[in-house]
Structures are given as C-alpha cells and as structure tokens.
Design a protein around this ligand. Structure first.
Ligand code: TMP
Ligand code: ASP
Length: 237
C-alpha cells in the first residue's frame, strides 16, 4: 500500500489517499485545539497515544461484533482505514454528568445519570457543532431512519463494551464522542477515533481526570494523563 496525496487536514489528523481505492491512511498529529479551534496548543506524543489507543479499542470492539474502519497500524502515528463517507454527526454517549451537559442542565460534574444519555451534534465547525435531535437529522437528510437506528444501537453497545473494559483498568468512562461512516456499499461502520481527545476518563479511585479536559481546562500534566491511559491499556507495547 502506498501513501499518496493529502486528502484532508483536520485539527488533530491528516488523511491521505492511497493506491487502493477503498483505503485511506490517517496520520495523527500532536496539535490540540479546544472550543472549536479557539484554544490551540501541542500535546507532546499525543498523536502516538491516540493512534495506538484508538486502534487498540477498535480491535476490542471488532472482536465483539462492532464493524469499524480499522484495517492496519502502519507505525506509531499512521494507520490504514477503510474509506467511508462520514455521517456528519457527533454522537455523544454519557454515563455521568460532565462538561456541556452539566452546564446545560445545572448538574454537578460527577452526578450519576439514571439512564445513559445519547446526544447528537451536527458536525459543522462553522456552526460550532450544534446539538440536534432525530427530527433535525431526518429534516436535513443527514442520515435515514434505518441508519440512525444502527448508529444508536451500536453506540449503546460500544458503551457497554468500553465501560466494562475501562473499569478493569480502574477508569470510569464518563462520556465519549463517536463518528460513523458509510462504506461504498452503504454499510454503517464506526470511524474517526476513540482516544483521550474524544472521551472523558476519570481514575476510579482518585477521580483524577486522564483526558483532554486537562488541556481544555489548563489542569497541567496533560502529557502525563495521555501516557497514563496508554500505559493502562497497552502496558509496555
Ligand atoms: P461536552 O461535554 O463538551 O459536550 O463533550 C462530550 C464528550 O465529547 C467528551 O467526552 C469530549 C467529546 N468531545 C469531542 O470529542 N469533540 C468535541 O469537539 C467536543 C466539544 C467534545
Ligand atoms: N473539537 C474541539 C475543537 O474544535 C476540541 C474539543 O473540545 O475536543 O477545538
């Protein structure tokens, strides 16, 4: 497989076309942004952690029957993925109140939610990724009913798998964001990444935040948190 032209550069990743029609290469950067690109910085070795952690978690999900875009890790920062058309939704799954949900509903961060919450945001940087519901999704034809049923049931299943998995390494999975894509035959699969950039991880015993909130909120030891997640999941690999 040969890496060819840059297809797209996002805030945290570059995507390259390859000599294979249905495959892309993703390259993870150390660049970090928050608040829709207003805050900018660098998190040393973040690209390596996110690449490896995301691949590792997608491997676990695949084994449990979740189809993902993961094909093969090339090196520390680069991975071959299936080419998909991204469904322009950020699907947020929440187990514990934090972040924008805490603000919106006046709930203390850490409040347990009596039922898992699923939210959809319209993936549109110009609009600041506004929260939308199923009616908006159908009205704007962002996904059809069959696709959204697959997306929501897969999201809950991913939550069950990952919550148990993180619990075993003493991490509470507070919330996370997923993105899905359509392959050339229209199959919905999990895409993008699952990493400390896109999840909230709290240490089960100390409550310490081990995710991108350390960068968003200037909590210090950002690199240490990313390395700790890598270490707990992948050990010395
Ligand atoms: P929020 O509480 O700020 O809405 O974030 C919910 C989850 O989504 C949290 O785990 C972080 C993740 N997230 C992203 O992956 N990308 C984003 O742009 C934002 C705002 C949040
Ligand atoms: N995706 C956000 C940004 O655009 C970052 C975040 O808060 O995760 O900067």
């Amino acid at each position: 497989m040969k890496k060819q032209d840059l297809l797209y550069e996002g805030k945290a990743k570059k995507v390259f076309i390859t000599d294979e029609d249905n495959k892309l290469i993703v390259s993870y950067k150390d660049d970090a942004t928050a608040f829709n690109g207003v805050k900018k910085g660098t998190i040393q070795e973040k690209g390596v952690v996110n690449n490896k952690v995301s691949n590792y978690l997608m491997g676990i999900l695949e084994k449990q029957g979740i189809p993902t875009h993961f094909v093969q890790e090339i090196d520390d920062r680069e991975t071959v993925v299936k080419k998909v058309e991204i469904v322009p939704l950020e699907v947020i799954v929440r187990n514990i109140a934090a972040g924008s949900l805490s603000k919106r509903l006046g709930l203390n961060e850490g409040t347990k939610l009596n039922k898992t919450v699923l939210e959809y945001c319209y993936k549109n940087d110009e609009l600041g990724d506004p929260m939308i519901n199923e009616y908006h999704i159908y009205a704007l034809s962002l996904a059809d009913e069959k696709e959204l049923n697959i997306i929501s049931s897969m999201s809950f299943k991913i939550n069950d798998i990952l919550t148990k998995y993180f619990d075993e390494v003493d991490i509470e999975l507070i919330d996370f964001k997923l993105e899905f894509g359509r392959t050339s035959d229209g199959t919905i699969i999990l895409a993008d990444e699952i990493s400390p950039d896109t999840c909230r991880y709290w240490d089960k015993n100390t409550g310490e935040k081990l995710d991108k909130d350390r960068f968003r909120r200037d909590l210090g030891n950002v690199e240490g948190a990313y390395q700790e997640i890598y270490r707990r999941l992948l050990g010395d690999n």
